[in-house]
Design a binder for this molecule. Structure first.
Ligand code: ATP
Ligand code: MG
Length: 655
């Protein structure tokens, strides 16, 4: 963790933004909500018992003997218990007579579709399990999955889970290098990929990157290839195997073994927003318990009537927990979409909502801000009245983006749940409950039942209402990371060394006068201006509240007078033109009027794009490199390495 301005005796994060809007749950939703207010009391009366109750939502082969073994910072949950994640996601529902229920409405980018029931998905997973065993994959082996968003990606993950192999999904947009370092890290034996997938209206290839990455990596014995686009691929006899040859002829019978609750389920890399990505390890029983509970509680999931859609890639933890393990363990019907939101038109997401009658949608603020930029006329063309709960994840949601989402997508009726969590936490930690909480635009509100999250000052002391500091977790939780793959030291150092006995996620937060929690961005990104700590999030939200601004990124740059000065990069809304000095002055005044003169940016640059990770997060550390005229740091998870160079050049020319 980089040194931060904190710990030098300065005051804690300032608490500048004033937001007084609040939206109580719709009466009907509240009356029938899965979770009522008493859940908080039940959980705080006996947290471990609460999690045992949630674990009983699942089917265990052998019940656990011990709910938690806690040797800080190492936790083991539900020890002695045995469970199979794939059985919980599939066989259990088929056995209960739900085999004909749709697991996925899959929509390809070109418009091709597949409807896959629980019974069909179970058969596919059994076939793939048999194929993996035949390819020599054994329990505990690592399998890399480098795929487009197609049903076989889910099948591959669950087949691994079924036989006890550890899956490591690598986002299909990553380069050869990113894939290669992850293969080195994990020593995967098998890579599952496809010839390609569809992105932005054309086939984009995957197999050539695998060929290049695997060339000097003898640990990889086989490459299993799904045919998706039909494009030409190079073929290495003996190593490469077609999915349709190896999998589709297999028996649909596979008897699953139950694995230890602490058996590794997967490795997933963090987004690389603040530093080089970390390979996070998750295990089986505790992980599945918390994703299953949170999916049911936070989205108020009614498995027999809802149509749930997480519009994210499976290559991120959000996809793992809320496209695959959460929805399937709950027997839900989900939508899965292969492509981009503007192909073939800017209303594609809303067309999908209308087509499948999506009732719950979950996406990132970056997507919402993009939709704002495109304009509300796109969603207005479709019937979105089926939507009843909206979720947000990945970054703090700016109050204006929240209002736009609630108004133009949710019809002013559907509550927005802003869910704070991380790859490391495995599942949602802080979020409103849609039938209980009166949501505030921009606030993640309260820790979920059974989760002990706090906001502390730089001494680790809980801050009173109205105070700001760092978000921490005080007690272990079932879906917590079990470590960083291959690097136990980095685990202790990154998460457990900042505050004695507390888990430190690296995010700043404040607690408002009602005790509700607001996330303020990365601690690494906090700016220290004339002795005041100022959060990037608050300045960005102030900029986004200007009618001409769609998106903003803020960073602190060294300044001879103020220590650090605020430098802002903004993207304008569709109709706002291209800036000019008048607008820049207007924006600086706007920030000052909202937050006070101390938060007035020294510089504002209007840009066409911001540097983002492949999961859509703004990489402020690169903007700081630009603003301070330094070499750019690790760009391995950046969407577009060229645009940051262009931005750097423009900035140097006094942009
Ligand atoms: P890296 O750890 O490699 O820098 P990353 O932190 O972006 O990358 P993820 O695990 O994908 O990797 O993202 C988790 C982080 O995303 C959180 O620590 C937090 O900063 C941010 N985040 C996620 N959801 C929210 C939310 N609802 N509100 C505010 N911040 C959020
Ligand atoms: Mg992180």
């Amino acid at each position: 963790m980089a040194e931060t301005p904190h710990g030098q005796g300065q005051e804690t994060l300032s608490n500048l933004l004033q937001e007084s809007r609040s939206f109580p749950p719709p009466a009907d939703l509240a009356a029938h909500a899965n979770v009522q207010a008493d859940a908080y009391e039940a959980a705080s009366a006996d947290r471990l018992r609460f999690w045992e109750d949630q674990a009983r939502r699942l089917q265990w082969e052998q019940p656990w003997s011990n709910v938690l073994e806690w040797n800080p910072p190492f936790a083991k949950w539900f020890t002695g218990g045995t469970i199979n994640a794939a059985v919980n996601c599939l066989d259990r529902h088929v056995d209960a007579g739900l085999g004909e229920r749709v697991a996925y409405h899959w929509e390809g980018e070109p418009g091709d579709t597949r409807t896959i029931t629980y019974a069909q998905l179970k058969d596919m997973v059994c076939q793939a399990s048999n194929a993996l065993l035949e390819l020599g994959v054994a329990k505990g082996d690592r399998v890399a999955i480098y795929m487009p968003m197609i049903p076989e990606t889910v099948v591959a993950m669950l087949a691994c889970a079924r036989i006890g192999a550890v899956h490591m999904v690598v986002f299909g947009g990553f380069s050869v290098d990113a894939l290669g370092t992850r293969l080195d890290d994990s020593q995967a034996k098998l890579v599952i990929t496809a010839d390609g997938g569809y992105r932005r209206g054309k086939p984009s290839s995957l197999k050539p990157a695998v060929d290049a990455a695997v060339r000097d990596r003898p640990a990889v014995e086989h490459v299993l290839v799904v045919r998706r686009t039909g494009q030409d691929v190079e073929w290495t006899e003996g190593r490469d195997v077609w999915w349709h040859d190896a999998v589709e002829g297999q028996s649909t019978e596979h008897t699953a073994e139950a694995h230890d609750a602490e058996h590794p389920l997967y490795i997933m890399y963090t987004s690389g927003t603040t530093a080089k990505p970390k390979g996070i390890l998750h295990t089986t029983g505790g992980y599945l318990t918390q994703v299953s509970y949170t999916h049911w509680a936070v989205f108020d999931l009614k498995a027999d009537t809802d149509v749930f859609w997480t519009a994210a890639d499976i290559g991120w933890v959000t996809g793992h927990s809320y496209i695959v393990y959460g929805p399937l363990s709950n027997g839900a019907t989900s939508v899965m979409y292969e492509g981009t939101p503007d192909t073939p038109h800017k209303g594609r997401f809303w067309e999908i909502v209308q087509k499948y009658g999506v009732t719950i949608a979950y996406m990132a603020p970056t997507a919402i801000r993009t939709f704002m930029k495109w304009g509300e006329e796109h969603p207005a063309r479709f019937d979105l009245s089926s939507l009843r709960v909206l979720g947000s994840v990945g970054e703090p949601i700016n109050p204006e983006a929240y209002m736009w989402y609630r108004t133009h997508i949710g019809g002013g009726r559907a509550p927005v749940v802003d869910t704070w969590w991380q790859t490391e936490t495995g599942a949602i930690m802080v979020s409103p409950l849609p039938g209980v909480t009166a949501g505030k635009p921009g606030a993640a509100m309260r820790p979920l039942p059974g989760v002990e999250v706090d906001v502390v000052d730089d001494q680790g002391k809980s801050v009173p209402n109205g105070g700001g500091g760092f978000i921490v977790v005080r007690e272990p939780w079932p879906s917590m990371l079990r470590g960083i793959w291959g690097d136990p030291e980095r685990y202790e150092k990154t998460y457990w060394s900042r505050f004695e006995g507390l888990y430190f996620p690296g995010d700043g937060a404040k607690r408002d006068e009602d005790g509700d929690i607001w996330l303020l961005g990365r601690v690494d990104d906090v700016m220290l201006v004339s002795g005041h700590n100022i959060s990037t999030t608050e300045v960005e939200s102030a900029l986004v509240s200007h009618p001409k601004v769609a998106e903003a990124a803020v960073t602190g740059a060294t300044d001879p007078v103020t220590g650090q000065a605020i430098v802002a990069f903004v993207i304008l809304r569709g109709e706002a033109g291209d800036g000019g000095t008048e607008l820049v002055k207007d924006l600086r005044d706007h920030v000052a009027a909202h937050l006070g003169a101390i938060a007035k940016p020294r510089q504002i640059m209007v840009v066409p794009e911001l540097p983002k990770t492949r999961s859509g997060k703004i990489m402020r550390r690169l903007l700081r490199d630009v603003a301070e005229n330094r070499e750019l740091g690790d760009v391995s998870t950046l969407t577009d390495a060229q645009s940051i160079q262009t931005l750097k050049d423009a900035f140097q020319q006094g942009g």
